[in-house]
Design a protein around this ligand. Structure first.
Ligand code: SF4
Length: 514
């Protein structure tokens, strides 16, 4: 069916099949006219990054439609203020478009600041504000002087680029806050966590790991973020950056201004979360901290491995398509799926750069289709051609999967389940298993069409309501649970995560299973 869909000529260089030709993939381009890009606008990019600052006021200066870009479906959690969940808009109308919206913006800010007393205020410029030329800088200066609450313009006119330019605008706005506190630095090693958005409490999980390692976390920018913490973020000795697109800009600015180095990490999947913790411990060059980190990694992996094996037994041989916002998350997903015995057959992102795609290509198997800034038709075509059993993406990809009769896993900001860290990997495995192995897909036209070809999806052992595991599943025992290896043993690499600093027993079990 999908063979009839061809790729637009202007998009051919943004699609690559590994092994078919030497690697060459165009990226960092404007979306092709006529192709319904999955990318969001500049305003959306800045909003995604800044909205998890929970005790700030967020005012969208524009028509109501921009504000209705549904913040509240997102899963970013707060341990305190819930102000960030309120969606304020100046609701610009025709009259404002003709006569200007500055007065309306200023009045709204003064009223909202008086009512909610936020720690700071962010004002987002949308497309129409860029067109009518409202001077947001001047409005914010006047409001700051009148209220005493720092009011910061975010230059995020939707038409001015893509989501990635929104990240840059957000970093520029944050840069105005960082370094504005007079408080003294904390004792001991300290970091900022950048680019984790506390979806379903993920920042809390990660923060706990670092604190168990003996590291102070000064600020979490921007998951469960606090304005006062961001003001003192310049005291940190290291910035730990997740989300390649969004926060690297701020990390670079802080390197230039305050000489704070940064490391680039991911907290998704056993390999990547372990590497993140080791990278931070190595930076501080403290043997005691390294010992604590090794123990933490070993204990956490020993706890989750038996549960992961049950999912891997059920998922072995399945195929997945991965489409993410930034490319860095795609690396983690390819590795995590491999841990579960699932092969990635399509991998792409909205905002990857040439280095990202080089790395993605090197991670994937021959025949994997790599896509930059794709669209629903292309995704449907390649899902059909590769026979993918699962699509992992965000809210915009969900209907594509369901229309095709393919399992779906939400790995974006809309989800309400923690997928980061070690326990998050078990949740991820459960989500993938529950969707891929649901008997419902055997009823889809796609599957019925292909019924002559024996597919590997098992139609349906009974599943438990909570864990989604087959009731009759055999539960292999992990030897490390009983025989803990010595801390820091690097005699054998773990068969799953390939890191050489923990759990030699797992390698033995992997060999036996194979
Ligand atoms: S593209 Fe422009 S009008 Fe549309 S949501 Fe973004 S800022 Fe608003």
């Amino acid at each position: 069916m999908r063979e009839a869909i061809d790729i637009l000529d202007a998009r051919r260089r943004q699609v690559h099949t590994k092994g078919a030709q030497p690697f060459q993939l165009d990226c960092e381009k404007h979306s092709v006219a006529g192709s319904v890009s999955q990318r969001a606008c500049v305003f959306c990019g800045s909003r995604v990054v800044l909205y998890p600052i929970t005790d700030a006021l967020h005012l969208v200066h524009g028509p109501i439609g921009c504000a209705a870009y549904t913040w509240d479906i997102r899963g970013a959690q707060s341990s305190g203020s819930q102000l960030h969940r309120m969606s304020f808009s100046t609701d610009l109308r025709e009259k404002d478009v003709i006569y200007g919206g500055e007065k309306k913006c200023e009045t709204a800010l003064i009223e909202l600041i008086g009512r909610y007393r936020p720690k700071a205020a962010f004002v987002y410029a949308t497309c129409i504000v860029g067109l009518i030329g409202d001077d947001l800088e001047a409005v914010c200066r006047r409001v700051t002087a009148q209220t005493g609450v720092e009011t910061i313009p975010v230059h995020s006119e939707g038409f001015a680029g893509s989501k990635k330019d929104g990240y840059t605008a957000a970093c520029a706005a944050l840069d105005r806050l960082v370094g504005s506190s007079e408080s003294p630095p904390p004792d001991g090693p300290s970091i900022n966590i950048l680019g984790d958005f506390n979806i379903a409490g993920e920042t809390w999980v990660i923060r706990d790991y670092y604190e168990r390692m003996g590291v102070n976390v000064i600020s979490t920018i921007t998951g469960d973020g606090r304005v006062d913490d961001i003001r003192r973020a310049h005291h940190a000795q290291l910035n730990v950056v997740q989300c390649s697109g969004s926060m690297k800009g701020l990390a670079r600015l802080m390197k230039q201004k305050y000489d704070i180095p940064f490391v680039h990490v991911s907290y998704f999947g056993l390999e990547d979360v372990s590497k993140a913790l080791y990278d931070v411990a190595e930076t501080f060059n403290d043997p005691a901290m390294m010992q604590r980190t090794k123990r933490l990694v070993r204990d956490e992996i020993s706890a989750v491995m038996p549960r992961l094996r049950r999912y891997r037994d059920a998922l072995q041989g399945k195929k997945a398509a991965v489409y993410t916002g930034g490319a860095f998350k795609a690396f983690s997903l390819v590795r995590s799926l491999r841990t579960l015995g699932v092969q990635t057959v399509i991998a792409g992102s909205q905002t990857g750069n040439p280095q990202d795609y080089q790395q993605l290509e090197s991670l994937c198997d021959d025949g994997t289709v790599l896509l930059d800034d794709t669209n629903p038709l292309e995704l449907a075509k390649f899902i059909d051609q590769t026979g993918a059993d699962l699509l992992i993406g965000g809210v915009k990809e969900r209907p594509i999967a369901y229309k095709l009769g393919v399992a779906f896993c939400d790995h974006n900001h809309e989800r309400k389940r923690c997928l980061a860290g070690y326990e998050g990997m078990v949740n991820f495995a459960n989500e993938v298993y529950s969707s891929v192995c649901s008997p419902v897909w055997s009823l889809s036209p796609r599957k019925q069409h292909a019924s002559s070809v024996k597919r590997s999806i098992a139609p349906g052992p009974l599943v438990t309501a909570d864990a989604g595991l087959p009731l009759n599943a055999k539960v292999p025992q992990c030897p490390t649970a009983a025989t803990a290896p010595s801390p820091g043993s690097d005699s054998q690499a773990c068969g799953v995560c390939q890191l050489k600093a923990h759990c030699s027993g797992l390698a033995a079990q992997e060999t036996e299973t194979a």
